[in-house]
Design a protein around this ligand. Structure first.
Ligand code: NAP
Length: 392
């Protein structure tokens, strides 16, 4: 039996069950409870029942045996609940992921876990995987934009981004929408956003410097690069941008604010080189051995870390970062120079074997042969001529 009465400001609720009148009852849920509430507070009290509360005669005679308990269940009219709901809503975002592939799905998991509302749209149909992750998938970009997400998070491949961006029905979005990208190159999406998006939209360019492999066990300490390219002065816009960045800060990322141009300079010399080495080694089909050194394990890990990424991603790093070509050339030169050093030493040993005893030459004093030769210089005379010349 449950009675609920609302008395102007105060609400009194008496809950008890007839079975609780049995002395043998031990289960807590069977014990009668008395709750005293105001719209602002919740108490645990044991007062006598208010005189104006009618009690059924069959119960009143034994009410002294009733133990009064508080019940702390949140009710729909609970002020605290309403406040906390409002607070949660004010810190949560409605985020639309455009490009729901490998990385888009990886990010969605964290966004959903943090309580944000996540929508997604992609070229392929990812409805099933989206449902499993708690994401609403929209095959039609118009439908997605009509949901008025606060943030459009671009997770498409670098090389398809322009086509995808130009195909979005931007007119269906709210005018103050925040566009964010996570592309592994930064100047390219920055320029694209500035060129294509209406001036009302805010722009935040970001690069989480990790992926599904390297960030598998959490993002703590991993770098997150961002550039607030265009964020309006209104408080709501500033807060929205901060709330988005907070997603990564909360996961423990090392937040690095940096211009897109600076990012691309650093990334070509680090990330592009890493991916290139990973792909070169992958072509060697390295295998684990029973005597792996720590260094070799590092190489195997590098291959594992980079092999999972699509070739589109790697190609994008090369094509859409103007610094990448220079790095590739430097890599080429470094490899050639290393080979020269090796072959120079080898040449030295060979000369010793060929001429050392016969000529009594102290070849050990000589610098490596290759470094002495001028580029495209004349060919070495055959050994017999050399010997003849030196005998003269
Ligand atoms: P990706 O191969 O670079 O991109 C895959 C996504 O692009 C998929 O959603 C795919 O759509 C979409 N896409 C590819 N070609 C398309 C086309 N012609 N038209 C429309 N959509 C197309 O692989 P990813 O690893 O998921 O990377 C996504 C973005 O995140 C990239 O910009 C990458 O640079 C960046 N990022 C990746 C990592 C990482 O570790 N993977 C880390 C940081 C940043 P479907 O869903 O239809 O296949």
């Amino acid at each position: 039996l449950s009675l609920s009465l609302s008395l102007s400001e105060h609400i009194y609720i008496v809950m008890f069950s007839l079975s609780s009148l049995q002395p043998s009852t031990t289960s807590r849920s069977y014990l009668p409870s008395y709750i005293y509430r105001t719209p602002h507070h919740r108490f645990s009290v044991s007062p006598p029942l208010p005189p104006h509360l009618p009690l059924a005669p069959s119960i009143s005679h034994c009410h002294r045996r009733l133990r009064v308990r508080s019940l702390d269940a949140a009710q729909p009219y609970d002020y605290e609940t309403q406040i906390s709901d409002r607070f949660a809503k004010s810190t949560k975002l409605k985020i639309a992921i455009i490009g729901f592939g490998n990385f888009g799905q990886f990010l969605a998991k964290a966004l959903v876990r943090q309580g944000h509302t996540v929508l997604a749209h992609s070229r392929s149909n990812h409805t099933d995987i989206a449902a499993k992750l708690g994401v609403s998938f929209f095959s039609d970009a118009d439908d997605l934009c009509e949901e008025h997400p606060e943030v459009m998070l671009i997770c498409t491949s670098i090389i398809s981004t322009e086509t995808v961006l130009r195909s979005l029905p931007l007119q269906r979005l709210k005018r103050s929408t925040l566009f964010v990208d996570v592309l592994s190159v930064k100047e390219f999406p920055r320029n694209l956003f500035m060129q294509i998006l209406p001036s009302d939209f805010d722009i935040l360019c970001t690069h989480p410097m990790f992926g599904p492999e390297s960030g598998r066990d959490g993002w703590n300490g991993l770098p997150f690069v961002y550039d607030k390219v265009r964020v309006g002065n209104e408080e709501s816009r500033v807060l929205r941008c901060e709330r988005f960045l907070d997603v990564f800060a909360k996961e423990g990322c090392r937040m690095v604010e940096m211009s897109c141009a600076e990012h691309d300079r650093h990334a070509a010399g680090s990330q592009f080189i890493t991916h290139t080495m990973g792909r070169v080694l992958e072509k060697l089909r390295l295998e684990s051995t029973p005597i792996n050194t720590k260094g070799y394990e590092t190489l195997l890990n590098l291959v594992e870390n980079t092999a999972g990424d699509s070739f589109d991603l790697y190609y994008g790093l090369f094509m859409y970062n103007k610094n990448a070509m220079e790095q590739l050339e430097r890599l080429d030169l470094a490899f050639e120079s290393l080979k020269k050093e090796l072959f120079g030493n080898l040449h030295d040993v060979l000369r010793k074997q060929l001429f050392g005893k016969a000529e009594g030459l102290d070849v050990s004093e000589e610098r490596p042969m290759l470094s002495k030769l001028p580029k495209n210089g004349p060919a070495l005379p055959p050994p017999s001529e050399t010997l003849r010349g030196q005998n003269n």
